[in-house]
Design a protein around this ligand. Structure first.
Ligand code: ADP
Ligand code: MG
Length: 245
């Protein structure tokens, strides 16, 4: 398991900074939720941890190692996307087993592990289907199962519930909470939804936004859900998550 450290991290795609001066330590095993309005840099932060974006300045360390020195596939970070990102031409079993296959696991071992996770996620009746034959909730469970089979140090979730209807959102949210309980792994979970943040987080990291102000993409406040709720440090925090006054 691994502590994740953001050390003065910044990101600029060329049009000005979208993440600035983010310093933060996520202890091993923490469920940390990044929350904030659309465009504040949540996905960019997550993608930098996963290695899908370069880091413009500062560094990210995973388990004490500079992320830049570790190829994305070896970072021990599994990212679950809002859009599931399944392989359309592969069956559910093949989608689930893909990571094990490229790591060279034998077929018997792969099949056993895939079946175990599929049962756990109530997908075992769907293994021979293709993604397009599944509902949104089922596809998202496949994406979660695929991440589980990588046995990562860190799970990264980017708005995993936003394409699901209300009932499925609750179900999937509980499933993710159970995954954290069962594995004890660090989680970084990105959302723009206050309820998800309040119910899932050990700690919430609220990012600033604002039409290209100097604070955009920086941290507004870090704390437990109750700290942010009862002691918001600014009107912005209070408006986003705090108790009405
Ligand atoms: P969030 O996930 O919080 O909604 P993002 O991290 O996706 O925000 O984006 C933060 C900012 O960076 C936005 O202004 C967005 O337009 C910009 N951005 C994101 N990805 C790129 C990219 N590949 N190229 C240029 N700008 C980008
Ligand atoms: Mg995003």
């Amino acid at each position: 398991m691994a502590e994740i450290v953001f050390d003065k991290v910044a990101k600029d795609f060329g049009g000005g900074p979208v993440v600035r001066d983010v310093s933060l330590t996520i202890p091993e095993g923490e469920f940390c939720v990044f929350v904030g309005p659309s465009g504040c840099g949540k996905s960019t932060l997550l993608r930098m941890v996963a290695g899908l974006e370069s880091i413009t300045a500062g560094e990210i360390r995973i388990g004490g190692k500079r992320a830049n020195d570790i190829p994305p596939a070896k970072r021990g970070a599994a990212l679950v996307f809002q859009t599931y990102a399944l392989f359309p031409h592969m069956t559910i079993a093949e989608n689930l087993g893909f990571g094990l296959k490229i790591r060279g696991a034998a077929k018997a071992e792969r099949d056993a592990k895939v079946l175990g996770v599929a049962k756990d996620l109530e997908l075992d009746g769907l293994l021979e289907r293709r993604p397009r034959e599944l509902s949104g909730g089922q596809r998202q469970r496949v994406a979660i199962g695929r991440a589980m089979l990588r046995d990562p140090q860190v799970f990264l979730f980017d708005e995993p519930l936003s394409n699901l209807d209300a009932a499925l959102r609750v179900h999937t949210r509980l499933r993710i909470a159970k995954l954290h309980q069962d594995t004890g792994r660090s989680m970084i979970y990105v959302t723009h939804d206050q309820v998800e943040a309040m119910t899932l987080a050990d700690r919430i990291v609220l990012l600033n936004t604002g039409e290209r102000t100097a604070r955009e993409g920086s941290l507004a406040q870090i704390g437990t859900p109750l700290e942010l709720y009862h002691h918001p440090r600014s009107l912005f925090v209070a408006g986003f998550i705090g108790a009405p006054r």
